[in-house]
Design a protein around this ligand. Structure first.
Ligand SMILES: *[C@@H]1O[C@H](CO)[C@@H](O)[C@H](O)[C@H]1NC(C)=O
Ligand SMILES: *[C@@H]1O[C@H](CO)[C@@H](O)[C@H](O)[C@H]1NC(C)=O
Ligand SMILES: *[C@@H]1O[C@H](CO)[C@@H](O)[C@H](O)[C@H]1NC(C)=O
Length: 504
């Protein structure tokens, strides 16, 4: 039941050959649409009504749990759940289509992963925008596509957001008046390379426009993905870095449009939160717990994968500091195709490395691997003095912009996504030592950055020794996030792109 649209979302594993027969004959299009729509709706209802209790056990295990998630907070002031759909839209009659043009956003809304939170942030911003600016001529519909559904994630959404999701999901769009946004990795686009609802659902030419919204973390786009991008009318990417890498990989320059991502600066606002009690959340892996609470707290937030440069972070931190420095490093992490035993992985890594135990003992490292509800995330950022993420490549870097919105000084690699927003005025761009070949996974053979451990050591030391500079850069970071990526600003950008297409 929960795996109706199962896919790994990754290029490795679970790839099934595209099935050219999965498209319906043109005459049955709207019927099929109805079946798809209602079966997904039934799924959604079943998840929310029937299976909820089964999954309660997984939920909100932390003492910080509250009822409000980011979506709720984003949405809190503007959820207007009046019926958006056409009165007849449950009828099997094409005359039931929405009366105005549509944007149908197809994305892994229910997966809880990176594309999921991105897609929500666009759709919620856009929804708010349309509610306020009555001049816009289009409606928004949403459809789950491109990755697995997570019951834990869906259950964690507040009832009003789930209700809004269902309302948007009921918007019935007439294909030839619809702009479809396929917000997912290109392997999920029609014909999909794994089992998922195809995007676009029918032929590309059946819609007014079809837009792919995607991004990558390496220096290029593989040939199959580039071909899929060129099949789209437009490809939206979040940064200038991606405009360059997509175009140099053969994606038609006239199709590539930069559309930045929103960050919820209202929700991620340091003024609104008290710091979390980190000690109640994390487990000490290395070193001694500080007797003094006032030490400098480094925070990193990432999925446990090589790309995130956790090895570089451990190496720089453990070489630069020892138990007498009064610093601590907190890793908020979760598994990515890996088991949960991060403590052992860290200890193993340290044992194998060339770092020997300092006389004063290791500087402490803590791991937080409990499920942290989105609503509690700001309190965790709030408990930190600095944020550090030496990734080898980032599409956008959501935890980085969240930390910046929370006015934290940020150290992040000066390459790929973060180059869109990270400067020496609002943070600490970490210089790259060299480009390195990706040795495994879907980007094998591409290049990404190998940040300099030596420079990382200097930057973490600088944060500790000049906290005023850090605080000033953190304040500038929040100003920049508000100015460039607040939901209202980004919704305006998206709406303008859409209006432009509808008028053409
Ligand atoms: C959580 O929200 C639901 C409705 O969204 C409400 O009925 C319930 O009382 C809330 N629970 C708490 C603990 O606030
Ligand atoms: C759109 O498709 C409908 C059938 O669903 C058709 O009646 C209508 O003429 C089409 N409109 C345009 C502008 O092609
Ligand atoms: C970051 O990279 C850009 C080029 O992409 C370069 O101009 C800039 O000097 C770099 N900044 C630092 C601090 O390395």
């Amino acid at each position: 039941m929960s795996r109706v649209m199962s896919s790994s979302g990754e290029a490795e594993g679970n790839i099934e050959p595209p099935n050219p027969n999965q498209l319906p004959p043109p005459t049955s299009k709207w019927k099929l649409s109805l079946i798809f729509f209602s079966s997904s709706l039934i799924l959604v209802l079943a998840i929310s009504l029937g299976l909820a209790d089964l999954f309660k056990a997984h939920l909100l295990r932390t003492p910080l749990s509250s009822n409000r998630t980011a979506f709720h907070r984003i949405f809190g002031h503007f959820i207007a759940l009046g019926p958006r759909r056409h009165p007849d839209s449950d009828g099997a009659d094409p005359s039931s289509y929405a009366s105005s043009p549509c944007v149908l956003w197809m994305a892994p809304f229910l997966s809880g992963g990176g594309y999921s939170s991105e897609a929500w942030s666009y759709v919620l911003s856009l929804h708010n925008h349309l509610r306020i600016k009555k001049t816009s001529r289009f409606q928004v519909g949403i459809e789950q596509h491109g990755d697995l559904e997570s019951l834990e994630f869906w259950e964690g959404l507040p009832a009003d957001v789930r209700s809004l999701a269902m309302t948007l999901h009921r918007t019935r769009c007439e294909p030839n008046r619809t702009i479809v946004v396929c917000h997912s990795e290109p392997g999920a686009w029609n014909p999909p390379l794994f089992q998922t609802l195809p995007c676009p659902l029918y032929g590309y030419e059946d819609y007014r426009y079809v837009i792919g919204r995607t991004m990558f973390e390496s220096d290029r786009v593989g040939p199959e993905h580039a071909r899929r991008c060129n099949r789209m009318d437009y490809v939206w990417v979040p940064t200038d870095f991606h405009v360059r890498t997509f175009v140099s990989s053969g994606v038609d320059p006239s199709k590539v449009v930069k559309v930045v991502q929103p960050v919820d600066v209202e929700f991620f606002d340091p003024e609104k939160y008290e710091p979390a009690d980190l000690f109640s959340l994390g487990e000490l892996i290395l070193g001694q717990r500080l007797s003094r609470k006032e030490g400098f707290v480094f925070l990193s937030v990432f999925k446990w994968e090589f790309r995130k440069g956790w090895d570089l972070l451990l190496s720089a931190y453990l070489k630069e500091f020892d138990g007498s420095d009064g610093v601590s490093l907190w890793l908020l992490t979760n598994p990515y195709h890996s088991d949960r035993d991060f403590g052992n992985k860290i200890v193993e890594y340290v044992q194998k490395s060339d770092t020997s135990v300092p006389v004063k003992g290791w500087a402490p490292i803590y791991v937080i691997d409990a499920h942290i509800p989105q609503s509690d995330l700001p309190m965790i950022y709030r408990a930190a003095d600095g944020f550090v993420l030496p990734s080898r490549g980032e599409g956008w870097g959501r935890p980085i912009v969240e930390a910046m919105a929370m006015s934290l000084p940020v150290i992040a690699t000066n390459w790929s996504g973060p180059t869109e927003y990270l400067t020496e005025e609002n943070g600490y761009p970490l210089p790259v030592e060299r480009m390195a070949e990706v040795v495994e996974g879907p980007f094998k053979g591409h290049l990404w950055a190998e940040p300099s451990v030596g420079k990382l050591r200097r930057l973490v030391r600088r944060l500790v020794s000049d906290p005023d500079e850090g605080r000033n850069r953190g304040k500038q970071a929040r100003r920049d996030m508000i100015r460039r990526f607040s939901p209202e600003i980004v919704a305006e950008i998206v709406a303008q792109e859409i209006e432009k297409l509808l008028q053409s």
